[in-house]
Design a protein around this ligand. Sequence first.
Ligand code: SF4
Ligand code: SF4
Length: 264
Amino acid sequence: MGMDRREFLKLAGITTIAGLGGMTASTALRKGLGEASQVSPDPRALVGKRWAMVINMSKFKTDEDHAKVINACHSIHNVPNIGEPRHEIKWIWKETYEHAFPGQEHEYIEEGVKHKPFILLCNHCDNPPCVRVCPTKATFKRSDGLVMQDMHRCIGCRFCMAGCPFGVRSFNFYDPRQFMTKENREYPTRTKGVVEKCTFCFERLAVGLKPACAEASNGAMVFGDLKDPKSEVRELLRTNYTIRRKPELGTQPSVFYIVGGKNA
Ligand code: SF4
Ligand code: SF4
């Protein structure tokens, strides 16, 4: 890692030590902040019961719109640019409708939708198969719905990659630090041999910030608490028809898509 273990734990705890009144880093990584009953969480922390995202694809109009959210995530999280598709590392990326939503395509889908690049990321599934198959509990689900990845517990067996039916996990075949042009010293780099993915920006939620992609999206990606009937995500789900990836698998993704169409 670019930082040593102590520094990482400090960050993983997110400002932890200072912001969470002595809560250990590992506790902060593993728990939703709302659970941290014996300690005082950072008063700025966003607290939710089931975090979710609604992505309004009609608001993605240009390549630049996609690039903005991808770069926002990858730059702050030190995601390397390997430049080799087989070994690429991606936390958020774009994909065609038919690859994003196999089985939900049909011949009458509006052309603009069929050929539009969709933004994909970890779905933070409510019933995540990746968690069930991880032998070391490096990947785990917090009570606020975030599906996390503890890089220090990951042994690189890649069971989670086989378990995830959405292809959202990446394996570091190389030392990722060689492929970074600029390092964000506030976020840990990873090593060769571990799996990584989107964590719904747990480190930002802990200090009251929305996920970086949502912040960069100009309102196209809305983040909020699915269990709060007054949240913006619930309002969007009430007023729009949305779809999720591979619903037939029963993983219950927490990422919803307003697909849009010609008139959107
Ligand atoms: S999308 Fe994949 S990695 Fe993310 S929670 Fe669901 S099964 Fe796990
Ligand atoms: S929620 Fe955070 S980690 Fe996940 S894709 Fe968005 S910016 Fe990246």
